[in-house]
Design a protein. Structure first.
Length: 471
C-alpha cells in the first residue's frame, strides 16, 4: 500500500509539474511581471521620505484586480508609512501553509550619484536599472506575478500559500516581519518560509555556475567602544590618551580571528563545493571537513573574504569619532564594531569576547544591537535541509540550467529570515535571478539586473513554487 501510494503521488507530481518543465514565459506574463516591477521601482519606499504603505496598497489592488477576495488581503502595520501586505492563496489544506516573504523598502539612493534616476525603471544595454532591481523589488514582483498566474489558472495547491510584503528590512524601527509575528501571527503562521531575499544563480560573465540557497544566516549586531578621559591642553600631552587606548585596542581586534566553526549548513556547503572547485581549493575544502580539521587548509581558505566569513564569526571596525578640538586632548573616543555571528552564539557572548580581545579596562563595550536596536539576542539553530524544498529546487534548477549544482549556504549578511527562524518557522532564501559575481550592486549606485535574468527568474519561481505546493 505504501509503495502504491508513493507511486500515485509521484505520478500526480509529474502530471502537474513535469508538464510545465518546457513551458516558456508567455507575453501576458512577461507584460504583467514588467508592469508590477516598474510600478514597485517607481514608488519610493526609502525610510527617509518613502512610503511602504503606498507600495503595499498598490500590490493589494493588483490582487483585487486578479480576483482575490478582500477577506484574503490584509494591509496593516504600526504607522501610516509602514503598513505591510499579507495575501492568502487558498489550497486544499492537505498540508500546513508555506509563507513567502519579501521586503518592500529599499536603501537610500541619491539621483546625483546615479547615471539614471534610481526611482525610475530604466532599460538600457540589456539591463533594468533602478533602486530595488536586485534588492528586492524584483523578487516582490516575481512572487506577486506567480500568485496571480496561479489564480488565473485555477491552480489548487496542497497547502495555502501566504505572501507577506513588508517594511523596514533595510532600516527603520518597524520591521514588518517582526511586527506581524508579534501582533498577527495567525495571518502568517506556516510550516516553513521561502524568503526571496537571497540565494539565486551565481554567474561568471553571464554563465551560470551554481544555484545557491541560503538555509541559514549570521546574527548581526553592532557594538560601541568608548574611552573617556579628563582631557586637557594639547601642549601638555600625557600617555593616558583616549584615542591611543581605543586605537591600540582596535589594533588587537584587527589581529584577532574568531575560532573556526562549521554548522550543518556550512558543512553541507563545503561538501558540495568541494565537488565544484578544483586544485588546491578543492583539496582544502575536503581537508577542513576532516576530524580534526586541517588548520593549514582553514588558513589558506580564510584569505578569501567569503570563505573567511563562512567559517568564522567576524567583527570589524566601521566608524570612528574622537576629540572635540584641535588644541585639546580628547575627552572621548568611540568606535563602532560590526559583528556577523555564526549561529549558536549570543550577542552577549560576543560582547564579552570583544572585551577580552581589546584587553583594556578603559575601553567599555556596549551592545548597540541589530536593526531596530534589539539587544541580547541568541542566533537560531540552522534548520534542516527539507526534502520538500530542496528536491523540487534541484529538479527545477536542472530543467532550466542543466548541470548547475544546488549549493546550500549560510548568508553572511542578514535578512528577515532571522525573525521567522526565531519564531520556529524554518526559512530558506531561494530565488532564480542570475547575477554575475562581479556585478552585485545591491545597496550600491546604478543597481541593475539583466533583463533576461529577470524574466527567466519569473518562470523559475512559477515552476519551483508550484512544485513545492503540490507535494
Amino acid at each position: 500500500m505504501k509503495t502504491r501510494t508513493s507511486f500515485l503521488s509521484f505520478a500526480l507530481f509529474c502530471l502537474v509539474f513535469c508538464s510545465h518543465l518546457q513551458a516558456q514565459i508567455d507575453d501576458a506574463t512577461r507584460q504583467l511581471s514588467h508592469d508590477i516591477f516598474k510600478q514597485l521601482i517607481e514608488i519610493n519606499t526609502t525610510d527617509s521620505v518613502g512610503s511602504v504603505t503606498a507600495a503595499a496598497e498598490a500590490m493589494a489592488q493588483r490582487f483585487r484586480d486578479a480576483g482575490f477576495p478582500e477577506s484574503d488581503l490584509h494591509i496593516l502595520g504600526p504607522n501610516d508609512r509602514k503598513k505591510n501586505l499579507v495575501v492568502r492563496f487558498h489550497g486544499s489544506g492537505k498540508h500546513k501553509p508555506v509563507l513567502l516573504i519579501g521586503h518592500l523598502d529599499v536603501v537610500e539612493a541619491r539621483r546625483e550619484d546615479w547615471t539614471t534616476d534610481p526611482f525610475e525603471l530604466v532599460e538600457k544595454e540589456g539591463y533594468y536599472y533602478g533602486r530595488g532591481t536586485q534588492d528586492m523589488k524584483d523578487g516582490d514582483a516575481i512572487m506577486a506575478t506567480t500568485l496571480i498566474r496561479f489564480k488565473k489558472e485555477g491552480f489548487v495547491p496542497d497547502r495555502d500559500i501566504i505572501l507577506a510584503l513588508t517594511a523596514d528590512e533595510e532600516g527603520g524601527t518597524s520591521n514588518g516581519v517582526d511586527w506581524l509575528i508579534k501582533n498577527h501571527r495567525e495571518l502568517i503562521d506556516a510550516e516553513f518560509v521561502l524568503n526571496h531575499d537571497g540565494g539565486g544563480i551565481l554567474a561568471e560573465h553571464g554563465k551560470p555556475q551554481m544555484m545557491t540557497a541560503d538555509a541559514s544566516e549570521k546574527l548581526y549586531s553592532d557594538y560601541q567602544l568608548t574611552v573617556t578621559n579628563p582631557g586637557g591642553h594639547s601642549s601638555l600631552p600625557v600617555p593616558d590618551n583616549a584615542i591611543y587606548h581605543l586605537t591600540d585596542g582596535l589594533g588587537r581586534l584587527e589581529q584577532y580571528q574568531f575560532p573556526f566553526e562549521l554548522t550543518n549548513i556550512t558543512r553541507a556547503y563545503y561538501e558540495r563545493m568541494s565537488k565544484v572547485a578544483t586544485g588546491q581549493r578543492a583539496a582544502d575544502m575536503l581537508a577542513i571537513l576532516k576530524s580534526p580539521p586541517d588548520m593549514a587548509a582553514v588558513s589558506r581558505l580564510s584569505h578569501d573574504p567569503i570563505d573567511n566569513s563562512t567559517m568564522h564569526t567576524t567583527c570589524v571596525a566601521t566608524r570612528l569619532s574622537a576629540g572635540h578640538a584641535n588644541n585639546a586632548l580628547p575627552q572621548t573616543a568611540q568606535a563602532n564594531v560590526n559583528c556577523r555571528i555564526v549561529p549558536g552564539h549570543s550577542t552577549e557572548e560576543i560582547r564579552q569576547q570583544l572585551e577580552k580581545v581589546l584587553a583594556d579596562p578603559k575601553i567599555s563595550v556596549r551592545e548597540v544591537g541589530g536593526i531596530g536596536g534589539v539587544t541580547n539576542r541568541t542566533s537560531y539553530a540552522p534548520p534542516p535541509l527539507r526534502p520538500d524544498v530542496f528536491q523540487p529546487l534541484g529538479k527545477v534548477t536542472e530543467s532550466m540550467w542543466p548541470g548547475v549544482p544546488v549549493i546550500p549556504d549560510m548568508a553572511t549578511g542578514a535578512s528577515d529570515g532571522i525573525y521567522t527562524n526565531a519564531a520556529g518557522m524554518p526559512t530558506y532564501a531561494i530565488s532564480g535571478e542570475a547575477i554575475d559575481r562581479d556585478d552585485i550592486r545591491a545597496h550600491g549606485k546604478d543597481e541593475r539586473i539583466r533583463v533576461d535574468s529577470f524574466y527567466r527568474a519569473v518562470e523559475f519561481y512559477y515552476r519551483f513554487l508550484k512544485a513545492v505546493a503540490i507535494q
